[in-house]
Design a protein around this ligand. Structure first.
Ligand code: SAM
Length: 245
């Protein structure tokens, strides 16, 4: 995938691209990310921005969308990240100061995306958030191909609680089912936890995406109080070590 970012602060964008999964995806050539500084184009301020958008867009595969980061844009979410990750190219335009002149948007932008209902000082961090969410969905970006399928929002649910070693930490035990080696029980526990957690923390996701029949059964059981509802409602989701360790 090829991404271009039009920004007055190219170093801010480039500097953030060196780390972790993004850095590795760039190294492995899964994605290339370029920047275009409007100040490199001489003319008045509006023409400068439009010239930068056109120059960066010309480097991308045909039909790559021109996306402006804007607080008034459509909400960016996992579904939109998936749509963008399926494209060969993407142009991101970062605004600054009072935002983008409406005529630049009319001439140089196909769609506007917002990262949330708050205002930040420039479009660079929002552009980096979009880049990060998109790149981790590219084939080969995550070590384990399953991991992006199991993360929060992949199936319209929040992720289930995560546990690593040791088995007991500060008196808190890894739930016994996770140590049982019974994969069917583990899968069922995970689904039940994901459904309960989503119901408690983000019921809007369930309203928006609905539930698959199996998840719906788990929710009914949870609501009937048979699934350790109190623990999830208290936001704990773990078992106390009854041996006193
Ligand atoms: N006057 C604008 C408004 O009230 O919506 C805010 C402009 S903001 C200070 C400057 C730039 O930051 C915007 O042009 C946009 O690129 C970026 N920005 C700010 N908040 C954003 C958000 N929630 N999502 C995406 N981009 C945002």
């Amino acid at each position: 995938m090829q991404i271009e970012v039009v920004t007055l602060f190219p170093d801010l964008v480039r500097g953030a691209l060196q780390f972790g999964i993004l850095g590795r995806a760039l190294e492995r050539g899964l994605v290339s990310i370029g920047t275009e500084d409007p100040r490199a184009h001489t003319a008045d301020v509006h023409r400068t921005m439009l010239a930068a958008i056109r120059a960066a867009h010309a480097r991308l595969p045909a039909a790559s969308p021109r996306v402006c980061l804007a607080a008034q844009g459509e909400p960016f979410d996992q579904q939109r990240a998936r749509e963008l990750a399926a494209l060969p190219g993407l142009l991101l335009v970062a605004g600054r100061y009072e935002g983008m002149d409406e005529r630049i948007i009319a001439r140089g932008v196909d769609r506007e995306l917002s990262i949330g209902d708050y205002v930040v000082s420039g479009g660079e961090l929002p552009a980096l958030i979009v880049i990060d969410a998109v790149v981790r969905l590219l084939a080969g970006a995550l070590g384990d191909a399953r991991s992006s399928l199991e993360e929060s929002f992949a199936a319209g649910l929040l992720e289930w609680p995560q546990y690593t070693r040791p088995e007991v930490f500060e008196g808190l035990r890894v739930p016994a089912v996770l140590l049982s080696g019974n994969h069917a029980d583990i899968e069922r526990w995970r689904l039940a936890q994901a459904v309960a957690r989503t119901w408690v923390r983000r019921p809007d996701l369930i309203v928006r995406h609905g539930l698959a029949p199996e998840a719906s059964r788990e929710l009914n059981e949870f609501l009937a109080g048979r699934k350790g509802a109190e623990r999830v409602l208290e936001g704990e989701g773990h078992e106390q070590d009854r041996s006193g360790n």
